[in-house]
Design a binder for this molecule. Sequence first.
Ligand code: 1HN
Length: 354
Amino acid sequence: MLSTSATTAETLERFYQDLRGYSASPLWLVQEEALVAEPKSKALPHLWRWRELQPQALRAGDLIGTADAERRVLMLLNPGLNRMATTNSMFAGLQIVMPGEAARAHRHTPAALRFIIDSQGGSTTVNGDRIPMFPGDLVLTPNWTWHDHANDTADPIIWLDGLDIPLVHLLEAVYYEPYPEDVQPVTQPTDSSLARYGAGSLRPVWETSGAAHSPLLHYPWTQTWAALQRLAPEVDGSPFDGVIMEYANPNTGGPVMPTIACHIQMLRPGESTKAHRHTAGAIYHVVQGRGRSIVNGHPLEWEDKDVFCVPGWNYHEHANASTTDPAVLFSFTEAPVLRALSLLREQPHPQGHQ
Ligand code: 1HN
């Protein structure tokens, strides 16, 4: 049986005041904030326009040297979050490396990915493996791997950085270390992880990698694009995402890193998807094409090279605006973390669309 009490307001106020003195507090006053019926992300749906940001990145290249910036990154900060984050748990930025420059070697526990936007070459070295970077390539710098970037071309290089740094900060597990020299030595033939693990379903028998991340650190655009083109004419695809593929760890078939999953998706000419939502938030980069995504009721009209975010548990649906050309989206999420913790949920929109 539930009980009632006739305590006066003054008595309660005195009680609550006393509790504060013991660093204690009544749960019953905040119960509804602690146990919400479903998640309501503080992050907002948002679009960052390449047309606006590319000139600012070039401006950073002119105004700031690599001696003044360990990394020359324009952070894409979510307007609903007052911290260094793009979604609740993930970070995105645009990094620019000018001709002849290097971004010095370091390592950190936050895991990172690079999705190359503008480049005529250049490279990132990861634990001695020098990885060439061309547009559309995905390059991984997993947790605690040494990495430095170099631009030995005549043009600026710009890429999208994706990191799990908001999540690792929350867990108070950030460690950082500069390499003793500016540049680490290249210890293997160029693109060694690709030679060993980049052949799709064939992998070397003698190699044993106990790493939690993918042993393949470079997913070149040529292979990604070929896979999309082979698949797209054959399939219906996902009702929510069109022709979507996950970048896989070739050893496990699972996500590329323990905290981050990466996807590439094609919306065929005229294709539009149904709405769904999942607990994982997502950060998207428009590889090519133009279209519209409706995120929690907000239309985001995107074009080539824009970045946008879908906060967790926000309904979202995508449409290719062109009836002649495919649109291609790269995205990354913290889904592996939620899955590992039995917190990954997904739900289709009951009406199909918002
Ligand atoms: C970082 O170390 C890199 O290594 C890029 O290129 C972006 C954003 C926040 C913190 C560290 C890099 C970063 C970063």
